[in-house]
Design a protein around this ligand. Sequence first.
Ligand code: APR
Length: 240
Amino acid sequence: MPERHIVVLTGAGISAESGIRTFRDSGGLWEDHDIREVASPEGWQRNPELVHRFYNARREQLHHVSPNPAHFALAQLEQAFRVTIITQNVDDLHERAGSRQVIHLHGELRKARSTGDPRLIYPWNGPLDVRDVCEKGFPLRPHIIWFGESVPLMKEAEEHVRQADVLLVIGTALGVYPAAGLLLFCPRKASVFYVDPHPAEWPGPTRNRLSVLKEKASTGVTRLVRHWMATGDFGRPPED
Ligand code: APR
């Protein structure tokens, strides 16, 4: 039998149990911060110091958090299946858990990018400062896709979703496009799973094939992965 291709779309919810705040839950990041000021090109023009402070704090937090059982379970899935992770998260917890194919739709906290030449991207672990420049002398910015900016990895992500045998969506409110629009490219034959304690409305034609596990990622994802590894059965989700 050909190898199954499992495509996983993750959002902030998968990292919540590692201690990283989500965006739109109560207590979420966007309650304390104005998106327009810290996550838009206009905000960056107005006040780059503020933008740096915001992302420096997020980057610093990465030193104090670790992957949780959901991240590890997804990495383990690669022992038996072909797995592509498409994440909206800018943390590196999938990689630290051992996942090898991770597409970061919204960028990566641990990278900095030239404002003059977007091809110049550097690993970055400490704070970024307005005086930091690329090798061509342009100021550096966080390697994050802000609201209103295009998402360069969308096409690649779309191709993976189009070829999915199984689509697993974890911990996302499905409120931000174009990322949420990826679900529309899922083939009708695919098995579709959504793990989230407060699942959002599911868009598109695969709704009638959807299994929702209304629970936290650490338990829901671990249970699904254990079941799939043991049985190779992507039909109904396992009972509790
Ligand atoms: N396990 C699984 N899901 C959880 C958990 C958990 N332990 N805790 C919360 N969630 C779910 C919430 O129920 C919600 O559906 O995670 C989701 C978080 O939603 P958002 O905060 O909107 O995060 P996300 O969907 O990833 O946001 C998308 O918005 O601001 C931008 O660029 C940012 O990538 C982000 C994008």
